[in-house]
Ligand binder design. Structure first.
Ligand code: TRP
Length: 366
């Protein structure tokens, strides 16, 4: 197939912790579906360990600890290394070279306007003086990640859209300044609106490790149960008979995201579907514990096979390491090709054919 018609995916995660349900609904599940759809010519999944250092410079050990962790999460949800290339960002030095060239195609003013970076700066409490340059410029490095693989498609959450816009701008600037080698990527958002961003069990905006409001894919059944039982529901729903609110009630938010109508027949035959259950809850007479018990069943049905897969891989760590090593070598090769093309277009590939010598010979011999 002609290189320019290929459908290529690049996506990834920072290895700063175990992956949780938010990652699962927001991206992992979709990646597996895309992988198994056979619609893509190439799927690259990057463990962004270098990007993770941009706000963890003081704690590289944390990143190191989470590389295999994230790889295990990938493998256990069904990312198949024979179909998808899983690799480590730090093993692909061409990404750094590309970043350095792209830096000159963006202004600091433009970077300052990136809404995702703005809110991340705030969240991390960096002030103007303490903001690491690497963190400030990570959208440029992300443009390098995406373009190195000539990715056409980046499956990611809506918070990544500003990164994609920045990437497209860099691509256009590069292609018009030097030559047409880079590809403009599109974001592929999660399908269901309700699942764009899963809130934490406390009802806070986002499931996030730092807020301690997560259910992890690798949590054991006891922990899952405990987390669901402590879930934020409806503070005005004091007695079972009271009318309850479904909106903003995490149990129903999670049921929206994870339950299927068929599961009622099996686990909660009082209702035929979620709408019926919601109606009863709103009217009054349905208690939180009953709802939570159903949610636990729903989550366990999904998590049990993931946990089993994970357990299998945990017994084969050298194999996991080998998968990462081979994926990284393959990724490095591909990124090197793009870097070569970029340097050729920029005419800075001095040692490739020695043509700079010819330039000077002509100068002196004529
Ligand atoms: N920014 C992503 C995250 O925080 C990780 C990432 C790095 C990424 N490079 C990427 C995602 C390129 C998509 C495309 O998890």
């Amino acid at each position: 197939m002609a290189e320019q018609n290929k459908k290529i995916i690049l996506t990834g995660d920072r290895p700063t912790g175990r992956l949780h349900l938010g990652h699962y609904v927001g991206s992992l599940k979709r990646r597996v579906e895309l992988q198994n759809s056979g619609e893509y010519d190439e799927i690259n999944i990057m463990i962004a360990d270098d990007q993770a250092l941009t706000d963890n410079a003081d704690n590289p050990q944390k990143i190191r600890d989470n590389i295999i962790e994230v790889a295990l999460d990938y493998l256990s949800v069904g990312i198949d290394p024979s179909k998808s290339t899983i690799f480590l960002q730090s093993g692909v030095p061409a990404l750094h070279a590309l970043t350095f060239y792209y830096m000159n195609l963006v202004t600091t003013a433009r970077l300052s306007r990136n809404p995702t970076v703005k809110s991340e700066i705030q969240m991390r409490g960096f002030d103007n003086e303490g903001l690491p340059a690497g963190f400030f410029t990570y959208p440029v490095s992300q443009a390098a990640d995406i373009t190195a693989f000539k990715a056409t498609t980046v499956p990611a959450g809506e918070d990544q859209e500003p990164m994609l816009e920045q990437t497209r701008e860099i691509v256009r600037k590069f292609n018009s300044t030097y030559g047409d080698v880079l590809v403009e990527p599109k974001i592929l958002l999660p399908e269901a609106k309700a699942q764009l961003r899963l809130p934490g069990i406390d009802g806070k905006a986002k499931m996030s490790k730092s807020l301690g409001n997560c259910i992890y894919l690798s949590d054991d059944p006891e922990t899952v149960k405990k987390q669901v039982m402590s879930m934020y529901t409806d503070p005005t729903h004091v007695n079972v008979a009271d009318p309850g609110h479904v909106e903003g009630n995490m149990v129903f938010t999670y049921l929206d995201a994870f339950s299927r109508d068929e599961q009622f027949a099996e686990y909660l035959p009082d209702y035929s579907c979620l709408d019926e259950m919601k109606e009863h809850y709103a009217k009054g007479g349905l208690g939180d514990v009953k709802c939570k018990k159903f949610l636990i069943k729903v989550l366990e049905e999904m998590l049990t096979p993931i946990r089993e897969e994970r357990h299998n891989w945990e017994q084969r760590i050298p194999e996991v390491y080998e998968i990462l090593r081979e994926g990284t070598l393959k990724a490095a090769e591909k990124a090197n090709e793009t870097l070569e093309q970029v340097r050729t277009e920029m005419r800075i590939d001095y040692f490739k054919d020695g043509s700079i010598v010819k330039d000077w010979e002509e100068k002196f011999n004529n």
